[in-house]
Design a protein around this ligand. Structure first.
Ligand SMILES: Nc1ncnc2c1ncn2[C@@H]1O[C@H](COP(=O)(O)OP(=O)(O)OP(=O)(O)O)[C@@H](O)[C@H]1O
Length: 301
């Protein structure tokens, strides 16, 4: 019995001193935003980690390392300079990108270097995860832009042209995938309703030579049923809003007609641009005739 009492006294002492440490850590409010790596937070509790991230968010610091992972907070507004070509270059030419401020470009550059430094090429993967609206689509776009920029060939003007085309095509896959696979939900106006595995292919000079995308778990039921205040896939709104008079006739889409399966179409979103989708489809090699066939199918299904 005595032993038990001693144990519980020690336990109480420990928990009191732990709480004291937590209080002391959180008391130094001015310093919380300086923790750019969550592994340096001590003591580690949900509260101390979240308070640090909150303090960084307030100080407009949206990226924080957590060992070899990166935590990205969504600023929900454009932050000028955070994604500029100059900054991309800064991370690309840095002696040690991990010594610069935490950023998605540091992860991108480190991964690129990991591919380069191997005697035999070794594949690298970046996993982008988070809840709906966390910024996964944004982050994968940033990564693709980064590689399209730094893995560009500079060998010959002719070579340049080919690679430029490939880079543009890699980036143009985004608006097309998003038109057909994204929809406005309660949490995110441009929510991906599918998962994707993007593979970027490099040649032995580490230049981008192509990309492939596999999609999975597309939320097909959304075509027939949308939760209140949500919408169907963007492409349907794009077609009904953006078709030319001729296409309307061909596709049987009278101007101003209302469709039960296209709720909340009075909302005009940035994502409703048919022009952007078509332009990207052209760049991907989908010509006008094939596009027309696709949009007819979209209407018929
Ligand atoms: N770093 C950022 N800077 C500015 N805006 C951002 C950033 N990250 C995300 N956003 C914005 O936040 C919104 C949600 O981001 P995003 O669509 O990338 O989320 P998601 O994780 O892909 O969501 P879902 O799982 O629903 O597809 C978008 O409008 C996007 O433009």
């Amino acid at each position: 019995e005595n032993g038990q009492r001693e144990d519980s006294l020690i336990q109480n002492d420990l928990s009191e001193s732990f709480e004291e440490e937590v209080r002391a850590f959180l008391g130094d409010e001015e310093k919380l935003h300086l923790f750019d790596d969550l592994t340096k937070v001590n003591p580690v509790t949900t509260m101390t980690v979240l308070k640090c991230l909150q303090a960084r968010y307030r100080a407009n610091l949206f990226y924080t390392n957590a060992g070899c992972s990166l935590v990205a907070l969504n600023p929900f507004q454009p932050i000028s300079c955070l994604y500029s070509p100059e900054l991309m270059r800064e991370y690309h030419v840095a002696l040690c990108p991990q010594d610069l401020k935490p950023h998605i470009f540091a992860v991108a550059e480190q991964t690129y270097r990991n591919v380069q430094k191997q005697m035999d090429p070794v594949n690298q993967s970046i996993i982008v995860s988070g809840e709906s609206g966390a910024g996964k689509t944004w982050t994968s776009r940033c990564l693709m832009k980064f590689y399209a920029s730094v893995a560009a060939s500079v060998i010959s003007p002719e070579g340049n042209q080919t690679v430029e085309r490939i880079e543009k095509r890699v980036l143009d896959s985004n608006p097309v995938m998003e038109a057909f696979g994204n929809a406005c939900t309660l949490r995110n106006n441009n929510s991906s309703r599918f998962g994707k595995y993007i593979q970027l292919q490099l040649d032995r000079f580490h230049h981008l030579t192509g990309a492939s995308i596999q999609t999975f778990l597309l939320e097909k039921t959304r075509v027939a049923y949308q939760a209140p205040n949500e919408r169907n896939f963007h492409i349907f709104y794009q077609i009904t809003k953006g078709a030319t008079a001729e296409e309307r006739l061909e596709w049987n889409l009278p101007e101003g007609a209302e469709y039960r399966w296209l709720p909340n179409s009075e909302r005009n979103l940035e994502e409703d641009s048919f022009e952007v989708t078509r332009g990207a489809m052209f760049h991907l090699g989908i010509d006008g005739a094939m596009q027309s066939n696709i949009f007819k199918v979209s209407r018929d299904t």
